[in-house]
Design a protein around this ligand. Sequence first.
Ligand code: SF4
Ligand code: SF4
Length: 224
Amino acid sequence: MKESGQTSCRRCGRCCRQGGPALHHADLGLLRDGWLLWSQLITIRRGEPVHNPISGTIQPAGVELVKIAGKTGSWECLFLSPEGGCTIYLNRPLACRRLKCWDTREILQLVEKDTLDRQTIVAADQAMQARIADHQRLCPADDLALVLQGEAAVGAALRLRLARLAEEDLRFRAELIAESGLSRGEELFLFGRPLFQLLQQLGVGVSESPGGIRLHWPQPPARP
Ligand code: SF4
Ligand code: SF4
C-alpha cells in the first residue's frame, strides 16, 4: 500500500493512458467471445525494446507479447473512453483486473508469465499461422537487442543485415496486404510493428533509395 493510504481503484484511467495490457492465457475467452478483435491488438515480438516494469528500464522483450493496441499516435489504451472509463470494464483482461497502482506486487508477478502469443490466438487459422512463422523466419526481431546495447555492439555485417531485413519485412507485408486485404490493425497484430519503425525508435535514421532501404547510424560522440 502506498503512503497515500489508497486501498481501491479510483478508476481515474491514469494507468490506461500509459498503454494497454499484455494478454495472458486467461484472456483467450475474450478473443473467442469477440470482446477483443485481432485489429485491436498489437504484437511486441521477442527481442523488441520494451519497458520492463520490474527493472524500470527498456529491455529486449524476453517473450512475445500481444497487447491491446493504443489509439492513433499514442499508447493510450484503445478502450479508454474520453471520460476516462474502460469501455469493456466487465470484460477487461487479466492484467487490468490485477493492476493496483497502490500495490504493484500482484501485477509484477504477471510480467512475461503465461502470456498469450500470436500462434495461440490464430490457432484456428492454419494458413495465418504459417504466414506468421514465415515472417518470423524471414525477419526476426532478435538483433534489436544488440542495437539496444548501443553503437559498439553493431558491426558492419549487422548493419547490412538489418537494412536487408527491414526491406524484406516491408516487401512481405506489402505482398500479403495486396493478396489478402489485411487492415493496418490486423497487420500490427499479425506481424508487429515494421522493423524500420523499431530501428527509428532506437535512434537509427531510415531513408529509401533506388537501391533499397538505407540505415543511418548515429555517430559516436567525438572524443574530447
Ligand atoms: S489502478 Fe490506479 S491509476 Fe489505474 S485507474 Fe485505478 S486508481 Fe487510476
Ligand atoms: S482494457 Fe480497460 S482497464 Fe484495461 S487498460 Fe484498457 S481501458 Fe484500462
